[in-house]
Structures are given as structure tokens and as C-alpha cells.
Write a protein that binds this ligand. Structure first.
Ligand code: ARG
Length: 459
């Protein structure tokens, strides 16, 4: 039975029903819906709007429905949406008392409340998953803090960096993501229940009671806004999008670094796949899939932003489009985070290969220019001199650390014997001791700072 069929002489067309329904996806909200209804009925009772007898019947009926759904003995089906399903089920179980549950409430404030409850706890779960991914990365940082690797700009070798500094960079991104989800939770933590369909209610309700029972921090302050505000959902999707942006960068690095061309990391067999035709292949499908899924999460953000644009005050059915994309983004982000936390725990860096690569391709050229500049040569002039040295090396097939002091002196009399230490990749990385830099002690400080912020994250 439809909650609103009284006014209609003829039934809706089957295709209209199918088009209009949201039960197929909002059934995920069953727990939130029942939790909110329990609180609403409690409030109605305390305010004298519902008799004790009705309230008790409603509450035990709702609890039984929840238990049956959780036990798998009650299938959620046959209604327009989860709100209709729970209410109809209640009425079929307890009769007239169940018909009083919807007093001083509309599906509009009910749907918004349920969705906020859901998003609020989902945001907490995502923070938890981000924390475990960051923990995996910090373990890698701790283990490889004494090792170096090449750092890249434009995907060309740039300067030697510290391995821990590399992993710390991703920890920083995921820490920002975790903070974003903490903020999303706060946005969702405002209770619209009591806003009615759009204009509030004439019943003597006490919204503070429901707020307290549902653990919301605040109640909404304008009923028109409250029933149609989906900012929190857009913020959730933006936070998901940033997680995917960050993960897709890590995916890309992992795909490159585990190739034989780079040979920096070995991907665990447990997170690799093979080819049906080429027996030798070990493919990074997991990373590629995570990278590929970024697009659909961005898509859900854009879809919601577009759905909420230009809708007249207050509630409009367009807002039912808030859920499917968010549920899919949630599933995508959660599965990617969980798989990455474990996969990163299992990657095996080849420290020798990384150190070798860090020394190739003139990665210490900047150090040579800095050496001259520190001895008084203007940096731009020094840059030109070192450019000439690199050119000479390229012509003669030499490297910066195989040139003799004599060869250096031919380019500038300022060079002394210590230049031969400066062009060692390890010394180069370790010389950048600025906060956040590539020295071992800066990377260690980075780890300490990440650990501190990780420990402060809630959930
Ligand atoms: N199923 C709807 C949603 O998901 C809730 C009902 C909205 N109310 C209405 N009058 N159509 O948003």
C-alpha cells in the first residue's frame, strides 16, 4: 500500500512505479530509518502527543522489524521506499498504533535525517580505513628511512630522495583526507527531523529530545533549508574524490615502480594477476582498477552537484538522486582503501636498485650548482657551468661521480677535492635537511609528526 494513495482514483502505471521507487537502493538505510523512528516515537510520547500504550507498541514493533531484517527473516521489498516499507510493516504487525508513528513528521525530514545518520557513520568508517592505510605507509617509512631512491619531476629523474620521505608524502595526503572526512561528519551532524514536509509542524514537539536521542550535535534552524540541504552529501563525495585522486597517484607510482624498467618494488603475488595468453606476465591489475575507478567517483560528485543545482525551495524529488552515487562512491573508496592498506604492507622494495637509480642521470647536478653558489658564484652562473659539465659528461659517456677533480677544475677554479663527496647520491639526499626535506633526520621528523597526527585522529 502506498502511503499517499487516498487521493488517487486510479493506480500508478507499473513503469511509473518502477521509475519512482527508491527501495532498491535506499533499503540500505533500514537501520537509520528504524533508529530515527524509535527516537521520534519516544519524543512524541514524552511530549504527550502519543499515548504510552501506542508508543510502546510502536517501539517494540520497530525493534522486532529491525531484528527480523538483521536475522534475514524479513525481506525488504514491495514498497516505494524504505520509509514506506518500515511503516507498512509496522502497521501490518501492530495495527492502528502504527498509523500514529508518522504524526508530526514527513518523509522529507525523515529521509534527510536517515541519510545524515548513514553518512555520519560512513564518514567515521572511512577515517578508520584511512588510518590503517597510513599505518601501512608509516611502517614502510620506518623500515626504509635509511634508503634512497630517485625523486622525479616530469617523470624524469630530478634529485635523490629519502624512501621514507617518499612514503611520508602519501601519508600526508591521506591525513588530509582523514581530516576532510572528520569535517564531512560534522556537516552531516545536524538534525533535520521536526522540519515536517517543509514548513515545520503545529504539534508541540521537542526537537531537542530527538537530537539528544540520535546523538546529533545540532538541530537545523530553517525547515525549508533542512529538508532540501544535501551539502553534506556533496562534501562526502568531494572527500571521496580526493581520496581517489591520491590513491590513483599511488597506483600510478606502483605500476611504474614494479615494472622491470624501474624495478624499484616487487608486487606481492597476492595482489597481482596474470595473462591468459602470455605465460610470463605479472600484471598490476589491482592498481589499474583502483586508478580506473577514480572516474566513477568523480562522476558521482558531478552528478550530485548537478542534481542539486537550480531546484526550487524546498524538497523536490530530484533529491532522491542523492543516494545511489554516494553508496557506490562509498563502496568504491572503502574497497580501494582496504585493499591498498594490505597491498602496501606487502610490497618489497629493492633497495639496491633504487639506490643505483638514484645516482643515475646526473641527479646530483643541482648539488654541484649549489656547491659553487655557496662558494660565492652567483647561482645562475653556477647553473650554466654545471650545464656545461653535464654536456661534457654526455659527450664523453661519463657521470658526475666519475669525473676527476682536474676535469671539474677545468670548468671552474672554485672546485676543490670535496666536490667528489657532493656528487654522491646518498650525500645529496642527506644534505637537504630543511623541514620536510630528504635527509634521514628530516624524514625521521616527518614520521614523528605523521604518527602524532595519526594518533589524534578520531574513530
Ligand atoms: N524516497 C524519497 C527520497 O529518497 C523520500 C520521500 C520523499 N518525499 C516525497 N514526497 N516524495 O528522497
Amino acid at each position: 500500500m502506498k502511503l499517499w494513495e487516498g487521493r488517487f482514483a486510479a493506480p500508478t502505471a507499473a513503469d511509473a512505479d518502477a521509475f519512482n521507487e527508491s527501495l532498491s537502493f535506499d533499503k540500505k538505510l533500514y537501520k537509520a530509518d528504524i533508529t530515527a523512528s524509535l527516537a521520534h516515537s519516544e519524543m512524541l510520547g514524552r511530549c504527550g502527543i502519543l499515548s504510552d500504550e501506542d508508543r510502546l507498541a510502536i517501539q517494540s514493533g520497530l525493534k522486532a522489524i529491525l531484528a527480523d531484517i538483521q536475522a534475514g527473516t524479513l525481506e525488504i521489498s514491495g514498497q516505494e521506499d524504505i520509509h514506506s516499507f518500515v511503516e507498512n510493516e509496522l502497521v501490518s504487525r501492530i495495527g492502528d498504533a502504527g498509523k500514529r508513528l508518522h504524526t508530526a513528521r514527513s518523509r522529507n525530514d525523515q529521509a534527510a535525517t536517515d541519510f545524515r545518520l548513514y553518512v555520519r557513520s560512513s564518514a567515521e568508517e572511512v577515517v578508520g580505513l584511512l588510518k590503517s592505510l597510513i599505518s601501512s605507509l608509516v611502517s614502510l617509512s620506518e623500515k626504509y628511512v635509511k634508503n634512497i631512491m630517485p625523486g622525479y619531476t616530469h617523470l624524469r629523474k630530478a634529485q635523490p630522495i629519502n624512501c621514507a620521505q617518499y612514503f611520508n608524502a602519501y601519508s600526508e595526503m591521506f591525513l588530509r583526507d582523514a581530516q576532510r572526512f572528520v569535517a564531512v561528519r560534522k556537516s552531516a551532524d545536524v538534525m533535520p527531523l521536526g522540519s515536517g514536509a517543509l514548513a515545520g509542524t503545529s504539534y508541540p514537539i521537542d526537537r531537542e529530545i530527538t537530537r539528544e536521542l540520535l546523538g546529533f550535535s545540532e538541530i537545523s534552524r530553517n525547515s525549508l533549508d533542512a529538508v532540501s540541504d544535501r551539502d553534506f552529501a556533496a562534501e562526502y563525495l568531494f572527500a571521496c574524490s580526493m581520496v581517489m585522486a591520491h590513491l590513483s597517484r599511488l597506483c600510478e607510482d606502483a605500476i611504474l615502480y614494479t615494472s622491470t624498467e624501474f624495478g624499484f618494488w616487487e608486487m606481492p603475488d597476492a595482489y597481482s594477476t596474470g595473462s591468459s595468453i602470455m605465460p610470463q606476465k605479472k600484471n598490476p591489475d589491482i592498481c589499474e582498477l583502483a586508478r580506473g575507478k577514480t572516474g566513477r567517483v568523480y562522476g558521482h560528485l558531478v552528478a550530485l552537484l548537478t542534481a542539486i543545482k537550480g531546484i526550487p525551495l524546498a524538497y523536490n524529488k530530484d533529491l532522491q538522486e542523492d543516494k545511489e552515487g554516494l553508496f557506490d562512491a562509498e563502496k568504491t573508496v572503502k574497497s580501494c582503501l582496504a585493499i591498498y592498506a594490505e597491498m602496501m604492507r606487502q610490497i618489497v622494495p629493492d633497495v639496491r636498485r633504487m639506490e643505483e637509480a638514484a645516482a643515475e642521470d646526473f641527479t646530483c647536478a643541482t648539488d654541484v650548482a649549489d656547491y659553487l653558489a655557496k662558494k660565492g658564484v652567483p647561482f645562475r652562473t653556477a647553473h650554466g657551468i654545471v650545464g656545461g659539465i653535464v654536456r661534457e659528461c654526455l659527450e664523453k659517456g661519463k657521470t658526475l661521480d666519475s669525473l676527476t677533480l682536474g676535469e671539474y677544475k677545468a670548468h671552474s677554479p672554485v672546485f676543490e677535492a670535496d666536490i667528489l663527496d657532493v656528487v654522491k647520491a646518498r650525500n645529496s639526499a642527506d644534505s637537504r635537511n630543511s623541514v620536510g626535506g630528504s635527509s634521514v633526520s628530516a624524514a625521521r621528523a616527518g614520521i614523528r609528526s605523521i604518527r602524532k597526527r595519526l594518533a589524534k585522529l578520531p574513530y
